[in-house]
Design a protein around this ligand. Structure first.
Ligand code: AMP
Length: 312
C-alpha cells in the first residue's frame, strides 16, 4: 500500500516522533498509539518516540503515557491515531510539530493532517497499525503485537461486531503468533469489577425499550456516586443493553460533573451517527457519542432514535 510507504518515509525522516490519540481513550486508542510506539521503538531505537495524553486510570495496565515538553515538538513528526476530528485529539499541542499524520478508521468528517490514512473498512485503528507493519515489512515486537491485539478485541467487541472482517481475523491470527500472555490479556478484557456488575444490574432494571427496540437509560451523577463508578468506567457497560434480543439501538445518557450528558450510542444495524452529529458528537455508524446539555435535549435525542426505527 502506497500510503504505508509514504508514512514510513516520513517516520525515517524525523528524529522525534510524538504519537497522540483521542480523549477518553479506549483499548483501541491506546493499542494503536502505544502499539505504533512499540513497533517504531523496535526498529528505530535511536529515535525519540513518545506517546502522550491523559493517563486513563482504568487502562494503565495497557500503557502509561510519556511526558513531552513543548520543545520536543520543534521539528517533530506528530502522528494521531484513532481520532476523527481535531477537537477530540488528546493534548492540543498536536499541531506544534513539523509534520502531521492522521491514521484513523472513523468516517473522515474532519480532514486534517499533512498526510492522512483513513480506512473506514478497518475494524480498528489497531488493525491499521498491524497492516502498516505488514505492508512495510516491519516485524512487530511481542509487546506491539499484544497491544494491537488488545485494541482489535476492544473495538470489535471480541470479534462480534459487524466491523470484524476476514482481514481482521487474519491479522488477529497473525498477532496471536507472537509471544504474549494471551490468557492474562483476555481475562483482563473479559472480567468486570463487582461494582460494574451491580451497575449492569441497575441498567437492566431501568432500561426503557419502545415497541421497535429503541432503548435508553440515564445514569445520573447520583447513581454514579451510589455505585462508586466514574464516567470512564461506564465503558464496561455500554454493550449491555445490546445483549437483549428486543433491543435494536440504545443510548446511555451519562450525567457529567458539570451537569451535561455524555450520550453513548450503539446500534445493531441502523446507523445512529447522524443523530450523534446533530448533538455535538459523531463516530461510527453503529457506535457513536454525543453531548446533550439538558433533560429536554435527552428527550429530543431519544425521540430521534425512536424515529430511526419507526421510519425503517
Ligand atoms: P464511546 O461511547 O465514547 O465509546 O464512543 C463510541 C465512538 O463514538 C467512539 O469511538 C468515537 O468514534 C465516537 N464518539 C464518541 N463521542 C464523540 C464525540 N463527542 N464526538 C465525535 N465522536 C465521538
Amino acid at each position: 500500500m502506497e500510503i504505508c510507504q509514504q508514512i514510513l518515509e516520513k517516520i525515517k525522516e524525523y528524529d522525534t516522533i510524538i504519537i497522540h490519540r483521542h480523549m477518553k481513550p479506549d483499548p483501541d486508542a491506546l493499542g494503536s498509539q502505544v502499539g505504533l510506539k512499540a513497533l517504531l521503538n523496535h526498529h528505530f531505537p535511536e529515535k525519540t518516540i513518545k506517546a502522550v495524553g491523559y493517563n486513563e486510570p482504568t487502562l494503565t495496565w495497557m500503557a502509561e503515557m510519556d511526558t513531552a515538553q513543548d520543545s520536543d515538538y520543534q521539528g517533530a513528526l506528530v502522528i494521531v491515531c484513532d481520532t476523527a476530528n481535531t477537537a477530540r485529539i488528546d493534548d492540543k499541542r498536536y499541531h506544534q510539530g513539523d509534520f502531521l499524520i492522521k491514521i484513523d478508521h472513523h468516517p473522515n468528517d474532519d480532514v486534517y493532517g499533512d498526510l492522512s490514512w483513513v480506512d473506514t473498512s478497518s475494524s480498528s485503528a489497531s488493525e491499521m497499525i498491524a497492516l502498516f507493519a505488514e505492508n512495510t515489512q516491519l516485524n512487530l515486537s511481542d509487546q506491539a503485537a499484544e497491544l494491537l491485539f488488545a485494541g482489535i478485541v476492544g473495538d470489535t467487541g471480541r470479534f462480534l461486531y459487524p466491523s470484524t472482517s476476514a482481514r481482521t481475523l487474519r491479522i488477529a491470527s497473525s498477532l496471536r503468533e507472537y509471544n504474549f500472555d494471551f490468557a492474562s490479556l483476555t481475562r483482563k478484557m473479559d472480567t468486570i469489577s463487582y461494582k460494574i456488575a451491580k451497575l449492569q444490574g441497575y441498567i437492566y432494571d431501568h432500561l426503557e425499550v419502545d415497541e421497535n427496540g429503541a432503548a435508553r437509560v440515564l445514569l445520573s451523577q447520583e447513581i454514579l456516586k451510589e455505585y462508586n463508578v466514574t464516567d470512564a468506567e461506564t465503558a464496561a457497560i455500554v454493550g449491555a443493553p445490546g445483549r437483549i434480543v428486543d433491543v435494536s439501538l440504545w443510548g446511555i445518557f451519562v450525567e457529567q460533573a458539570d451537569g451535561h450528558y455524555r450520550v453513548r450510542l450503539r446500534s445493531k444495524s441502523v446507523p445512529i451517527n447522524e443523530v450523534a452529529k446533530e448533538h455535538d458528537g459523531g463516530g461510527h455508524p453503529l457506535a457513536s457519542g454525543a453531548n446533550s446539555y439538558s433533560l429536554e435535549e435527552n428527550e429530543v435525542i431519544y425521540q430521534k432514535l425512536k424515529n430511526l426505527l419507526k421510519n425503517k
